[in-house]
Design a protein around this ligand. Structure first.
Ligand code: AMP
Ligand code: MG
Length: 417
């Protein structure tokens, strides 16, 4: 599969993605560190978390009402004898040990349902007078009760190794009594922007210069994918200087270059990488934006696994899209995340799309409308340099390579951003 020099290896989107997923699967788990629960959001679990007891630990009432024997309510209205009141958190010795035929206990949401009772009648269908309550609606066995252990059995897995921790996973870890979690160390990603015309954000650009925006969009994407971005100085279009900065970048876990991978005379990235004996997995993908994207590895030897690099095309939207499509799975694997497929959803197209066929396209688009009226349409843009249009978009419409016209009302695949 790999080529020793940068011979053109332009793959279909699917083939290029398969190559990336295949490489990602070979990446070993990173080193570990322990962090406080509140600092663990967005981190990747390095240890499994198990339920230390049944969840819920007792049959839990999901309503305020009366713990009853459902058979007692086969005919309603019925009058039952109230033998106790059960608050959430009540000590077990304050709770009736059993509900006998003709009896009930008033019970609050979250409280344990006592033995004998098999359902909870909602307070809305009751009226209590002293020690007696009249209940006007019958209940099915099990109604308004979550049985002990129904959410998780003691010892069963709650959070797997490789899970990226969102608010629900953090809540689970909290409920499992874990003030600290073992997570994977974040991979450090070198970002190397190339181009004689590029100046940094705090420099006033000359008339033909442009400010570096790619390093900043990439830093955000790297952070979102679980990495730490390190911005290297901008590389001029000069082979020696570029090589020195690439060597610097290779000290980190992953190297992302932007710019300099097209066919122009000063697009030196592939040339310099070839001179450094890089192994190339592909040097282009049949997509738009981002066709010249390059993926490979440097410095692999029997002693060292080497470092992955991506040469992302310099057009700002190409950089963003090719990161999501190809660099993200490698970065997630370096962060210890379990592999996942790209996720797409469908929405109804609002206005016609016409494109040239032959490339799989990922074009900036906006969603509108709610629920079943959800619609999507392209944002008007000036091509893959147009950051302003892309900033207005909330997703990409994915156009298969064999389509040149899509009509309003058709369902199109979209990739959220
Ligand atoms: P290249 O891939 O080097 O041919 O660059 C393609 C286009 O993207 C050119 O218009 C560049 O000026 C622009 N570009 C390259 N790098 C950056 C960057 N870091 N920030 C913003 N625009 C860039
Ligand atoms: Mg350039």
């Amino acid at each position: 599969m790999a080529a020793s020099s940068a011979d053109p290896m332009v793959l279909s989107f699917e083939d290029a993605r398969n190559v990336v997923e295949h490489q990602a699967a070979s990446i070993p788990a990173p080193a570990l560190e322990t962090v406080l629960l509140l600092e663990a959001a967005g981190r990747v679990m390095a240890e499994p978390v198990q339920a230390y007891r049944d969840l819920p630990p007792f049959p839990r009432s999901t309503r305020d009402g009366y713990a009853v024997r459902s058979a007692d309510l086969s005919r309603v209205p019925t009058i039952l004898e109230v033998v106790g009141e059960i608050k959430a958190g009540e000590k077990p010795d304050k709770v009736p040990s059993n509900i006998d035929k003709g009896q009930t206990a008033s019970i609050m949401t979250g409280a344990p349902v006592p033995a004998g009772a098999d359902a909870v009648a909602m307070v809305e269908y009751s009226s209590q007078h002293g020690p007696r309550v009249e209940i006007t609606k019958s209940v099915l066995p099990g109604e308004n009760i979550v049985p002990r252990g129904a959410e998780a059995r003691q010892g069963s897995p709650l959070i797997d190794r490789g899970t990226s921790l969102n608010e629900a996973a953090i809540a689970l870890a909290a409920s499992a009594g874990r003030p600290r979690l073992q997570v994977y160390k974040r991979p450090r990603v070198a970002v190397l922007t190339t181009g004689d015309e590029i100046v940094d954000v705090d420099v006033a650009p000359g008339p033909t210069q442009i400010r570096n925006s790619n390093s900043y969009s990439l830093a955000v994407q790297i952070q979102n994918a679980g990495g730490e971005a390190r911005l290297l100085p901008v590389a001029p279009d000069d082979p020696q200087a570029l090589r020195r900065l690439i060597e610097q970048g290779l000290r980190l876990d992953l190297l992302l270059l932007t710019g300099g991978v097209s066919m122009g005379r000063y697009d030196l990235v592939e040339q310099v990488l070839s001179e450094m004996k890089a192994e190339f997995f592909f040097t282009g993908a049949k997509i738009q934006p981002g066709r010249p994207v390059v993926f490979g590895k440097l410095g692999a030897s029997p002693k060292s696994p080497g470092k992955y690099f991506f040469g992302l095309p310099g057009n700002p939207v190409s950089t963003m899209v090719t990161f999501e499509l190809f660099a993200r799975p490698i970065l997630e694997a370096l962060a210890g995340m379990s592999p996942r497929k790209l996720l797409f959803t469908y929405a109804k197209l609002k206005s016609e799309i016409r494109v040239k066929s032959g490339l799989k396209r990922f074009l900036p688009a906006v969603l509108s409308g709610e629920f079943e009226n959800s619609q999507v349409e392209l944002v008007p843009w000036q091509g893959s340099g147009d950051i302003a249009a892309t900033a207005r978009a909330d997703c990409y419409i994915v156009i298969p390579p064999d389509r040149d016209r899509i009509s309003p009302g058709e369902f199109v695949a979209i990739m959220m951003r």
